[in-house]
Write a protein that binds this ligand. Structure first.
Ligand SMILES: *Cc1c(COP(=O)(O)O)cnc(C)c1O
Length: 385
C-alpha cells in the first residue's frame, strides 16, 4: 500500500453529508438561514457578540482590514512566520505590512519587536496564533490601547484554543478563522470574523456583498428595485450548504481538539529523548488547539527528505513572508529584516497532526523518526558516516 500520511486532513462523516444534502434539497443554496445559524453558533462558541461568515479565511482577513478602514499608506504590523494571506490582506487595501520578528521559543509575534515597529502611520496589529498557540493577548492589548491601534487576531490555526480561560475569537477586536479542509473544521472553503463591534459587523456584511447598502426603508421609499453601492466591495459570500457543513463539523470540535492534544503528548514524550530536536514552547496559561505540531531540527532538509521518501507527508510552515519575491520587490524587504524568523525557518518541520491520525498511523510516523535517531539524538555520532 504505502500511501503517504499527510500533515493534516479533514474528517467527514455521514452526519456531515446528510446536513449538506438537506440544504441542497431546500430553497436556499446561498445566503439563507444556515449562514446566520453558523454565524450565531460560532459567535456563541467563542464568546463574541457577533460573527460574519465569508467565502475564505483570506476573505475574512480582507473584510477585517476593510472594517477597520485600512487604506493607502496605513501600516499594519504582522509576523513573518505565517501564511502569506495575513500580510496580503493589508496590501489588498493599499496598506503596508510591517514585519515584527517572532519569539524564538514559540514563533509567535514578539511584543518587544512590535513596539520597535510602531510609527504614526501604524493602524493595527495582526497577531497570528501560530500552530494553534494563542499569542500573549494581555501584552498585545496593552500595546494596542497605549498606541490607540486596533488588535486583530488571525486565529486560522486556533479555533477552540484559549488564553487565560478566554477563547480565541474573543481576545482581539476582530478575530479571523478559516474553514479550509486542513483547518480544525471545514466548509470546503470558508472563513469567519468574530467581533463585539456592531459597526465592524455592518461594514463586513456590506463588504462581502459588493458594498451594496441593504437599507430596506430606503428601498421602500424609492421603489422596490432601488439599491445603492456605497463603496467598493466583493463577492465574498459563503453558501448555505457550506454553513450547514460547518455547523455539523463544529459539534465534533471539542472531541477533535482532545485527540489533537493526545497526539501532541505522544510526540512530546518521544522528542524529550532526542537531544537534537526542540519542540516549540507551550506557555502554561493557554489551551493549545494544535493545528500544527512543529519541531526544530538542525538537519531539517535531510529529515524532510528522509520522511517524505518514506511516506510521511511532512511540511514546512512557513517561508517567512517578507522573503517572498513579491514582498522583496514591492516593499524592498529581504534577508536581515527578521533574523529570528529567518534562522528558525531553516530548522522547522511540521509533522502529521489531525484528528483522524490513529495510534497506528502515528506509530508509523514514530518508526520513521526512530530510523533517524542518529540525526535527532546526536548520540553515537562517532558511528555516523
Ligand atoms: C489558512 C490560513 C489563512 C487563509 O485561509 P484560507 O481559508 O485558506 O483563505 C490565513 N492565515 C493563516 C494563518 C492560515 O493558516
Amino acid at each position: 500500500m504505502n500511501k503517504t500520511i499527510p500533515y493534516g486532513r479533514q474528517s467527514i462523516d455521514e452526519q456531515d453529508i446528510e446536513a449538506v444534502v438537506e440544504v441542497l434539497r431546500s430553497d436556499w443554496l446561498t445566503t439563507g438561514p444556515n449562514v446566520e445559524s453558523f454565524e450565531g453558533t460560532i459567535a456563541g462558541f467563542v464568546g463574541a457578540a457577533n460573527a460574519v461568515a465569508v467565502s475564505s479565511g483570506t476573505a475574512a482577513l480582507h473584510a477585517a482590514m476593510y472594517a477597520i478602514g485600512i487604506g493607502p499608506g496605513d501600516e499594519v504590523i504582522v509576523p513573518p512566520i505565517t501564511f502569506a494571506a495575513t500580510a496580503n490582506a493589508v496590501v489588498f487595501q493599499g496598506g503596508i505590512p510591517v514585519f515584527a520578528d517572532v519569539d524564538e521559543d514559540t514563533l509567535l509575534i514578539n511584543p518587544e519587536r512590535i513596539r520597535e515597529k510602531i510609527t504614526l502611520r501604524t493602524k493595527a496589529i495582526i497577531a497570528v496564533d501560530y500552530a494553534g498557540h494563542p499569542c500573549d493577548y494581555d501584552a498585545l492589548r496593552k500595546i494596542a490601547d497605549e498606541k490607540g491601534i486596533v488588535l486583530v487576531a488571525d486565529a486560522c490555526h486556533a479555533l477552540g484554543a484559549a488564553y487565560k480561560g478566554r477563547m480565541a475569537g474573543s481576545l482581539a477586536d476582530l478575530t479571523v478563522f478559516s474553514f479550509h479542509p486542513v483547518k480544525h473544521i471545514t466548509t470546503g472553503e470558508g472563513g469567519m470574523v468574530t467581533t463585539d463591534n456592531p459597526d465592524y459587523v455592518k461594514r463586513m456584511r456590506m463588504f462581502r456583498n459588493h458594498c451594496i447598502d441593504a437599507d430596506f426603508r430606503q428601498r421602500e421609499e424609492k421603489g422596490a428595485w432601488f439599491y445603492q453601492m456605497v463603496d467598493l466591495g466583493y463577492n465574498y459570500r459563503i453558501s448555505d450548504f457550506q454553513c450547514a457543513l460547518g455547523m455539523s463539523q463544529l459539534k465534533k470540535l471539542p472531541e477533535w481538539i482532545q485527540r489533537r492534544q493526545e497526539i501532541a503528548a505522544v510526540y512530546d514524550r518521544f522528542f524529550v529523548e532526542q537531544k537534537r530536536v526542540r519542540s516549540l514552547q507551550v506557555n502554561p496559561n493557554v489551551k493549545h488547539a494544535y493545528h500544527l505540531y512543529v519541531v526544530r531540527v538542525d538537519d531539517r532538509d535531510g529529515v524532510f527528505k528522509a520522511l517524505r521518501s518514506n511516506g510521511i507527508g511532512v511540511n514546512v510552515h512557513y517561508v517567512p513572508v517578507h522573503l517572498h519575491p513579491y514582498y522583496k520587490q514591492k516593499f524592498r524587504y529581504g534577508e536581515g529584516l527578521c533574523p529570528v524568523a529567518e534562522k528558525v525557518y531553516g530548522e522547522i518541520i511540521s509533522l502529521p497532526m489531525y484528528q483522524g491520525l490513529t495510534e497506528e498511523l502515528q506509530d508509523i510516523c514514530l518508526q520513521q523518526l526512530k530510523a533517524l535517531r542518529r540525526t535527532l539524538d546526536g548520540e553515537n555520532e562517532q558511528y555516523a558516516k
